[in-house]
Design a protein around this ligand. Structure first.
Ligand SMILES: O=C(O)C(=O)C[C@]1(C(=O)O)C=C[C@@H](O)C=C1
Length: 376
């Protein structure tokens, strides 16, 4: 009997054996109680079991003959090394040719990429053992933070195990024979449209936001549109056989997107290379509270690289406000990145200190910094 899948799981489009490089369709959410009855389910089940067992096999004491060859577990086994890309399945939002896919391949060079329909599905893919890692764009040097993804980091229980910075070079793509002056509409991901704001304004076209850049290119190609172009990568032009009408159309040639790599388990923080730690916390209302929170880092000479505040999604509380009681609509979560490893005493002390007065504190991950400045 086919086992029932968890509430949210992969779609029936998951119809290829697990070793297939790119999936024919993206993973999407199914409704409650959906189940996959095909033989692919047993393949998948098999693979999931083998992933689980291989995790426990490393260095485990066992009586079977295969265990004779086992070597003890080392710190390296528990580090998210990019060398281990082979065999790793990395979920990303979009279709083949999306920048997130390039980020996945940069972080895990020989990985198998798993396209997903939405960002939250990349989380579900990892949580449900369909993928081993998720790759998530978190900020861009022109467009700023991707707020929704901050919210997802908190809503889910995955750990940040790495970061990668990618140079994003946008192209204007259209079907063969279509000229720039024929275009009345341009499709792309909202971040990509924002990164090309000035150049697109000059074109005087309608901009339409879609789920991802490569999806926009695919749509234009599939429907053989003559009046619509897409902002996407040069890779997407090749994949969907589109003409490149213009290259490097982002408003600044230095257009970098920072992506996070997420996993079910945290990695062991180390001190032999530069690490970054990401946290999220909330504070009580009061003068100087945020100042006090940030001081726990500066007093220990820890470099804070990013702070982002997001509204806490909860019903307005009745709380003291000024000289009476009033509705409180704005309560914030603060997301911070700092340059230190959780294996370092000063980082541990800083968080111990913060915990004394923070109303909530969670470490999202401690992971190697991407210090590779070679972008092309
Ligand atoms: O649409 C894509 O290709 C994506 O990978 C998404 C995304 C983003 O969300 O920021 C990634 C990198 C670029 O900044 C533009 C779009």
């Amino acid at each position: 009997m086919a086992a029932k899948l968890p509430k949210a799981f992969i779609s029936s489009s998951y119809s290829q054996p697990p070793s297939t490089k790119n999936y024919p369709c993206k993973i999407k959410l199914l409704t409650t109680g959906s189940s996959i009855q095909s033989k692919n389910q047993s393949q998948d089940h098999h693979r999931r079991i083998s992933i689980i067992s291989s995790c426990f096999e490393i260095g485990a004491a066992s009586t079977n003959s295969r265990s004779q060859n086992k070597r003890p577990l080392t710190t390296t086994d528990l580090t998210d090394s990019s060398k281990e890309g082979a065999g790793i399945r990395v979920a990303y939002q979009g279709v083949s040719g999306a920048y997130s896919e390039s980020a996945a391949e940069k972080a895990y060079p020989n990985c198998e990429t798993v396209p997903c329909e939405q960002f939250d599905i990349t989380f579900l893919a990892v949580e449900n053992w369909i993928a081993d890692r998720a790759v998530l764009p978190i900020e861009n040097s022109l467009g700023g933070s991707i707020h929704r993804n901050y919210d997802l980091l908190l809503r889910h229980r995955l750990h940040i195990v790495g970061e990668v910075q990618l140079s994003v070079k946008h192209c204007l793509l259209a079907n063969h024979g279509v000229k720039i002056e024929d275009l009345t509409r341009i499709l792309s991901h909202p971040q990509a449209l924002a990164q090309c704001e000035h150049n697109l304004t000059r074109l005087r076209v309608v901009r339409e936001a879609v789920d991802d850049t490569a999806g926009a290119a695919q749509f234009v190609a599939l429907h053989k549109l003559k009046d619509t172009g897409a902002v996407a990568s040069i890779g997407a032009a090749r994949i969907y056989d589109l003409n490149v009408l213009a290259q490097d159309i982002q408003d600044d040639s230095d257009n970098i997107t920072r992506f996070l790599m997420l996993a079910r388990e945290p990695i062991i923080p180390r001190t032999d290379r530069p690490f970054k730690t990401s946290i999220v916390f909330s504070l009580d209302e009061g003068p100087g509270m945020l100042y006090k929170a940030l001081a726990v880092f500066s007093m220990r000479d820890i470099n804070l690289t990013k702070i982002e505040s997001r509204p806490q999604r909860k019903r307005p509380l009745l709380q003291p406000a000024g000289n009476g009681y009033g509705l409180k609509h704005f309560d914030y979560l603060f997301y911070c990145d700092f340059e230190a490893s959780m294996a370092e005493h000063n980082a541990q002390n800083a968080l111990k200190h913060l915990k004394e007065f923070a109303t909530f504190l969670r470490v999202l991950g401690s992971y190697p910094m991407d210090i590779n400045r070679e972008f092309d």
